[in-house]
Ligand binder design. Sequence first.
Ligand code: MN
Ligand code: MN
Length: 282
Amino acid sequence: MHQLKRYHFADAETVYGDARYVIFGVPYDGTTSFRPGTRFGPHSIREMSYNFEAYEPQSGIDLSDVPFTDIGDLEPARAPDKVVEQVADLVGVIRGDGKFPIMLGGEHTATVGAVRALSPKCYIVCDAHLDLREELDGTAYSHGCVTRRIIDEGVRDIFIVGARSGSRDEFARAEHLNLFTADDVRRRGIAGVLREITDEIGDDSVYLSIDADAIDCCATPGLGTPEPFGLAPLDIREVVRTLAPHAVGFDYVEVCPVDAGQTAAVAAQVVREFIVLHWMKT
Ligand code: MN
Ligand code: MN
């Protein structure tokens, strides 16, 4: 079944039992507030992954030599709190099997489940939005409440990179967190921001989440909630290159493939870099 095989992330040829990294998708956009379609994100990222060579020239590693697998997509429930539970259960199993979870979104809500299962000390997110609302459109598990829920999960240190959108209340709340706005990144450079973050986290465990809209929508317009004046794709690559070795879990979410494929191309390449970097350094 050629069709089914193509639906797996390129070079993910290892059987589950032998894999160190496990990719899965969460095709869910049930709490969409603006443009729907992130449910098609996982498929678009996988499709785009076939565009790239297995060889990674920066590291000298062939991705096809790294033991990783793609178990396909979760069948998401309708209610967002149920999706969070589904993700937490799945990530719990992956972790229990001694493997590293890599999640493709889908809306950001799924991240709450992954963090619940992994209980990291630090949560580092690249996002245009603060995601610090108590609730949005009648649910506490909206894509606009993700970072707030992760605080509720008991994660000690929260780092938000690239934010430029949120309510007055959310920005007041963010004063108690480690916030590096898109303007901060532009002024200081991503390397300076990452130096401060790595000094802060030391050897603590990190969950790294990339919301695709952290990147300026003029560069990657395939987004459910596009925001201009954001990070560059190269900033995100630098975040991943620097923080991958610290991570116990990783996701790339909120790709809404209504563009010419730029957003999925960046996502697929960043996922590939994450796997190679983590494999090399740990
Ligand atoms: Mn988000
Ligand atoms: Mn966002």
